[in-house]
Design a protein around this ligand. Structure first.
Ligand code: SAH
Ligand code: SF4
Ligand code: F3S
Length: 442
């Protein structure tokens, strides 16, 4: 009999990518994916450890699943609960001891073992960093979509003092160019038009390329140039980069490669050099501003987005003012900002001068007001203009379709025929809080 599964994904795009791969692993076992967790045989929580709230959310979700499981048991049925992702990596056995209804705990580098673990029918934790690469054991993704993620690199060696990623995802590792190319070619056969190359530090990608004659190391720029030759691949993006790894070749590529979309997510975290040093970020306010100037010279319409942390230990009003000044100088197209959250095991969590919660809340409000304002100005600048949009799905209204512009803005249009998977020029005539509305006939 066929069994159903449901995956709930928290956190970053890499986790979302892992979830699609977990789904492909389960299908040959007779499982089908369902959007109704209430009636599923297997529920997987693919968790995130980046901030305290993310982990707390997982425990409250486990609590709910536990009640579901107990209720089913009364009628002789079961529910298997699997905890995957970064909390699984960080907390391992502790998850099982906190809730006995959890069946399996697997980390981000061991989830390829899930079919084997599920067959064993016992409580298991598998969260080591194995020598083998999970990618060698994962079936290809067969989902039809217009835009897809492809993880090209795992882990991080940067050790920013606030961040858990080097501990939850392990050391930096680049997949080979051949493996990535094969995966993208397969996605293209399934109708994909755009890929986003993923990694916690894609800009430090250094994967092997093996040709018949020899093998060599490829940088992110080399990889982008290589996959640009794939017929049918129309758009390329990459996420996330570190400001100290972006070199001249990648900047030039933004100016020269029409398939490389004019959008760059480049987390700055803070505008104060004192705080950046304490964060172990390896870049300064000045080097960041200089870098943005250079990429904007190479590609004048480049949309810049960023991540910010407010209330890092020792952040004074003056430090925060410096962040605001940098924001005003750069003009971001979109941004993500967070209150600093101390994470167990990170150097910053042991620093002394923690900032009051109320101050963090106030600073976040002020920063977000400015960032939202900039996003609004950016989006307004397209009213009456033309954008190139890749359509991905149906909208909520009749005959409505939603896609993403080259600058990653959601764009809605009305069309009688399906335009999913197609790229069209759209004339923008209206704007709602986070999306643009346009006409196909311009
Ligand atoms: N690799 C990326 C992003 C990593 S995590 C980078 O180099 O920036 C995504 C974002 O979460 C980070 O950019 C940071 O802004 C935020 N973040 C990470 N750890 C955090 C913490 N302890 N508290 C609050 N925000 C955090
Ligand atoms: Fe975390 Fe820093 Fe690595 Fe980004 S670069 S994943 S913030 S340690
Ligand atoms: Fe979260 Fe792990 Fe991604 S901690 S942000 S899911 S790498």
């Amino acid at each position: 009999m066929n069994k159903s599964f449901h995956i709930k994904t928290y956190g970053c795009q890499m986790n979302f990518y892992d979830s699609t791969r977990i789904a492909e692993l389960l299908k040959p076992m007779g499982y089908y994916e369902s959007n109704l967790p209430e009636s599923c045989d297997l529920i997987i929580l693919n968790t995130c450890h980046i901030r305290e709230k993310a982990s707390e959310k997982m425990y409250s979700d486990i609590g709910r699943l536990s009640i579901m499981k107990q209720n089913r048991k009364k009628y002789g049925n079961d529910l298997k609960i699997v905890i995957a992702g970064c909390v699984a990596q960080a907390e391992g056995k502790e998850i099982l001891s906190r809730n006995r209804d959890v069946d399996i705990v697997v980390g981000p580098q061991t989830y390829h073992k899930l079919p084997e673990l599920l067959k064993r029918n016992e409580k298991l934790v598998l969260n080591d960093f194995p020598n083998e690469s999970k990618f060698d054991f994962l079936p290809l993704i067969n989902k039809t979509q217009s835009s897809a993620f492809v993880t090209i690199q795992e882990g991080c060696d940067k050790f920013c003092s606030f961040c858990v990623v080097p501990y939850t995802r392990g050391a930096e590792f680049s997949r080979s160019v051949n493996e990535i190319t094969f995966e993208i070619e397969h996605l293209i056969l399934n109708g994909v038009k755009e890929v986003t190359l993923l990694g916690q530090n894609v800009s430090s990608y250094h994967g092997m390329y093996r040709s018949k004659e020899n093998k060599s190391k490829y940088s992110l720029t080399d990889l982008i140039q290589h996959i640009s030759k794939i017929e049918g691949l129309q758009r390329i993006r990459y996420l996330t980069s570190h400001p100290s790894d972006i070199k001249e070749d990648l900047i030039k590529e933004h100016g020269n490669n029409p398939k490389l979309m004019p959008y760059l997510h480049l987390p700055i975290q803070s505008g104060s050099n004192k705080i950046l040093k304490k964060m172990n970020r390896k870049h300064t306010k000045e080097s960041y501003i200089e870098l943005i100037k250079k990429v904007r010279i190479a590609r004048s319409d480049l949309a810049i987005s960023s991540d910010f942390i407010v209330g890092f230990p020792g952040e004074t009003n003056k430090d925060f003012e410096e962040t605001l000044e940098v924001v005003k100088e750069i003009n971001f197209a979109s941004s993500y900002s967070f209150k600093y959250s101390p994470r167990p095991g990170t150097p910053a969590s042991l620093m002394k001068d923690h900032v009051e919660e109320e101050t963090k809340t106030n600073r976040l409000q002020i920063l977000q007001k400015e960032l939202n304002n900039q996003q609004e100005i950016f989006n307004n600048s397209f009213l009456g203009q033309k954008l190139s949009v890749l359509f991905e799905k149906k909208g909520k209204k009749t005959n409505q379709f939603v896609g993403k512009s080259q600058y990653l803005q959601p764009v809605h249009v009305i069309s009688k025929q399906s335009i999913i998977g197609e790229i069209h020029d759209v004339g923008i005539y209206n704007k709602t809080s986070h999306s643009l509305h346009g006409n196909l006939k311009i």
